[in-house]
Design a protein around this ligand. Structure first.
Ligand SMILES: *[C@@H]1O[C@H](CO)[C@@H](O)[C@H](O)[C@H]1NC(C)=O
Ligand SMILES: *[C@@H]1O[C@H](CO)[C@@H](O)[C@H](O)[C@H]1NC(C)=O
Ligand SMILES: *[C@@H]1O[C@H](CO)[C@@H](O)[C@H](O)[C@H]1NC(C)=O
Ligand SMILES: *[C@@H]1O[C@H](CO)[C@@H](O)[C@H](O)[C@H]1NC(C)=O
Ligand SMILES: *[C@@H]1O[C@H](CO)[C@@H](O)[C@H](O)[C@H]1NC(C)=O
Ligand SMILES: *[C@@H]1O[C@H](CO)[C@@H](O)[C@H](O)[C@H]1NC(C)=O
Length: 153
């Protein structure tokens, strides 16, 4: 009991001393996150080619990377059984939004042949585009999506 009270006091003191300045600081320095959403399909280019609103078969278990220049992997995601991927990472500190959109690409590193052996054993790449942002308190989440995948040569 005494220990619990002590911990409680310590936690209260910690919050009073540390949390208040942090809360103040986040207003001045918003936390910037990056959310990456998309889907990969099991087709010759990885895009949906279903007509009239139908969906092509998905590409599950594919590793998708946000690559910002050679050797700079900013995020990794894996597609779910529906071929959908989504991940949240810190916004790269060395990039602003326009350079991010210009420099970064989404790369599917898992060969297309993994979802259908009649497809070639190639990866895919897509430019990225902005799809809005969400503000939650001091947190600004920038949402990006693939523009269109093509075979990675
Ligand atoms: C798509 O819808 C249009 C208009 O409803 C129809 O004419 C066409 O046959 C449909 N195509 C397929 C492949 O279902
Ligand atoms: C995806 O990966 C899971 C776990 O590694 C595995 O159980 C499943 O069979 C895989 N599915 C496909 C379609 O490769
Ligand atoms: C973004 O960064 C690039 C490269 O550092 C710079 O040239 C550009 O002016 C910046 N754009 C904005 C809107 O800050
Ligand atoms: C694999 O791809 C071929 C065409 O390349 C298609 O005819 C076949 O239906 C596909 N199989 C599956 C399981 O999607
Ligand atoms: C882009 O954002 C809009 C509005 O939030 C949403 O309806 C749409 O599904 C998003 N597009 C993609 C490809 O995620
Ligand atoms: C949030 O981030 C987006 C994209 O980086 C930017 O356009 C927007 O102005 C930011 N919103 C706020 C309130 O700072």
């Amino acid at each position: 009991m005494a220990l619990n009270l002590k911990s409680l006091l310590f936690v209260s003191l910690f919050i009073a001393l540390v949390a208040a300045p942090i809360a103040e600081a986040t207003v001045l320095f918003p936390i910037r996150l990056l959310q990456i959403n998309g889907a990969v399909f099991c087709t010759p280019t990885g895009n949906n080619i279903g007509v009239n609103g139908t969906l092509s078969p998905p590409f599950p278990n594919a590793t998708v990377r946000l690559q910002c220049g050679p050797g700079n992997v900013v995020a990794n995601a894996i597609t779910n059984p529906l071929g959908v991927f989504s991940t949240i990472v810190l916004f790269p500190l060395n990039l602003n939004l326009s350079s991010l959109l210009n420099i970064c690409t989404l790369v599917v590193v898992t060969p297309l042949s993994n979802c259908n052996s009649t497809l070639p054993p190639v990866g895919l790449v897509s430019p990225i585009q902005l799809n809005g942002s969400i503000i939650i308190g001091p947190v600004n989440i920038t949402i990006i999506i693939p523009t269109r995948f093509q075979i990675l040569r």
